[in-house]
Design a binder for this molecule. Sequence first.
Ligand SMILES: C[S@@+](CC[C@H](N)C(=O)[O-])C[C@H]1O[C@@H](n2cnc3c(N)ncnc32)[C@H](O)[C@@H]1O
Length: 212
Amino acid sequence: MRYNKVSGAKEILNNSSYVIKNPSAYKNKWHQVFGNQNPICIELGMGRGIFIMEMARRNPNKNYIGIELDSSQAATAVKNIGTKHLPNLRIICVDASLILDIFGKEITTIYLTFSEPWPKKQDEKKRFTSLNYLKLYDRIFKKNKHIVLKTDNKILFASSLENLSNYWYTFDCVSLDLHHDERKIPNVLTDFEVQYQKENRPIYYVDAKYKD
Ligand SMILES: C[S@@+](CC[C@H](N)C(=O)[O-])C[C@H]1O[C@@H](n2cnc3c(N)ncnc32)[C@H](O)[C@@H]1O
């Protein structure tokens, strides 16, 4: 799926109150940003923000931060929010590898939805479930660790299960076909997932936790 460049993306981001322009200024202070002590969940690579927006709408007692590298995607997310009132949602346009500059130990859940699979061996470290990233997450999770991952990519999924398991995560739920799973696992669709659903592609899903 290809996205078009959004002209004036930077300006759209600058003018939106949902977008945090200097996120590192709020390290260890994100509860102040939201004005409450509710759990803070982040999505890395939120794309056009369809998933995080709907999560924020359905769960007003949790806070959500969507992180997206590409300014055009982030600007489209801002456009998608439009006039909706979602006080528990914020957007950050930054590379996810910089999360340690942005968050202290204040995150409850990390959502990884249709992340870049980086299928080549030499790119393994760039996967959001590489050991490198799992070590970064250790430093932003508040207490227990909770990662929810969805992908259509077998290589990414298999390596994610392996890395999470080697890192002592346990799995609350694993599905090899989320949309047709008999357990009717609660699910909020992402932008990419809508397209894959039309193509009837199986979606791989894992809900992984590590409790001290
Ligand atoms: C395949 S898209 C999935 C978008 C969305 N999660 C969905 O499911 O519709 C992957 C997204 O991750 C973003 N991305 C890739 N690497 C990133 C990084 N290091 N930091 C933040 N975003 C990243 C891309 O720009 C792209 O928007």
